[in-house]
Design a protein around this ligand. Structure first.
Ligand SMILES: *Cc1c(COP(=O)(O)O)cnc(C)c1O
Ligand SMILES: [Zn+2]
Length: 385
């Protein structure tokens, strides 16, 4: 990669498992230490925050979506534009807020991104890096949204796209992949098996690997949602931010974004992170409680977060702890009811994985928590399941 294709504020990559530092090499994946088992050592991208602060945009600076925050992205805004991502609305949901006894409830509507999900934030950064590296084919494993996102960006940029999806990927999701012309590899197994198949194929064929769980640069795109939420609230930070959790990259990134705002002195408070999993597939919730998780094979309507071997558990649990937040699980009936309530009481159509956020708020407020709080739910996906 040319020097001008790398953010000069990048410092190093730090292993979240062993703390080892390594240079910010744009081809890095996980920590090379042989001591980390199957979960690997996840790398976290570091920056010179004093210098990044000098380049930080004013709260009301003009558009550019996620690239407005290029001071804290691994790669600067590409000269040839990609699909436009970010700058999604933060809408208030007064009826839900009133019923739940919250002061305010805002919905960060990331279903408005170009391929209709939050995943586009990470894809923008990944595809920009792939292009800067001169790669012609991109790949990822996905329950659907990341694959569809990558397929759309690849179509726009003229890249080949090979995606690996679980056996249960819905007809709706397969149809989106077909529309964008991606080559689809349907696994005989679940998301975790598709992930392994994708990693092997990426290594064998030299494809650019967009798997956010192991590619340290992808999480960087995801954290831009926190910068936007902060700016949209004039940096009067909410008390809590609620998001669905699968691998843990998304909420881990959201926590990192809020921490970076505090590190730079842009804000001085951290919202509590509330991470939500479907009770049928809740390995990270079990881990936070120090309990083993038993996979009884039950499935969930929240297909986008049905991750049985989460690869960013260390990252997300550290962020949740730092924010004094929590992980929780919600059962299938409450997910379905919350999906309906989002539509009938807030006018937003979300997928089941995203509906876990409202199911979690219903449980927390019924339990007397978050009374009078200002809360943001991140609407990660809105495609019919
Ligand atoms: C991917 C995804 C998530 C969770 O992201 P992880 O990084 O796997 O934790 C949540 N909601 C939707 C709709 C998603 O597609
Ligand atoms: Zn390590």
């Amino acid at each position: 990669m040319r020097r001008r294709d790398i953010n000069s504020h990048l410092t190093d990559l730090r292993c979240l498992a062993c703390g080892a530092l390594q240079p910010a090499d744009m081809t890095a994946s996980t920590c090379p230490s042989p001591e980390h088992g199957d979960e690997r050592g996840i790398l976290d991208v570091g920056y010179d925050y004093d210098r990044a602060r000098l380049d930080w945009p004013a709260p009301h600076a003009a558009g550019a979506g996620v690239w407005r925050y290029q001071a804290l992205l691994p790669i600067p805004r590409p000269a040839k534009p990609l699909l436009a991502v970010g700058d999604t609305p933060l809408i208030s949901a007064p009826r839900l807020a009133r019923r739940l006894g919250l002061k305010s409830l805002w919905l960060k509507d990331d279903t408005r991104n170009p391929t209709r999900s939050f995943k586009d934030r990470a894809t923008a950064v990944g595809v920009a890096i792939a292009i800067a590296r001169g790669q012609h084919t991109v790949t990822c494993a996905s329950a659907g949204n990341a694959a569809i996102s990558l397929a759309g960006f690849a179509a726009h940029a003229g890249l080949g796209c090979e995606v690996f999806v679980p056996s249960y990927a819905s007809a709706e999701r397969l149809a989106w992949l077909a529309k964008f012309g991606a080559r689809v590899h349907v696994s005989t197994g679940n998301y975790d098996q598709a992930f392994d198949e994708c990693e092997a194929a990426a290594a064998a064929n030299g494809w650019y690997n967009r798997n956010c769980a192991w590619n340290p640069f992808l999480v960087e795109g995801k954290k831009t949602v926190s910068f936007e939420i902060g700016a949209q609230l004039d940096y009067a930070m909410p008390d809590a931010v609620v998001c669905a959790v699968g691998d843990g990259c998304t909420l881990g990134a959201i926590g990192k974004g809020f921490r970076e705002l505090r590190l730079m002195g842009v804000t001085n408070t951290l919202p509590q992170l509330v991470g939500v999993q479907a009770a049928n597939v809740a390995p990270i919730v079990a881990r936070q409680r120090g309990e083993p998780w038993h996979d009884d094979g039950a499935s969930t309507a929240a297909a986008s977060v049905a991750v049985r071997r989460p690869r960013n558990a260390v990252r997300v649990l550290a962020e949740v702890r730092e924010s004094r937040g929590t992980m929780m699980s919600v059962d299938e009936a409450t997910i379905v009811a919350a999906q309906r309530a989002y539509a009938t009481e807030a006018g937003v159509v979300v997928e089941a994985a995203t509906a876990t956020t409202l199911a979690a708020l219903e449980a927390l407020t019924a339990d007397g928590q978050l009374k009078g709080a200002r809360v943001v739910c991140v609407l990660t996906g809105g495609r019919a399941d």
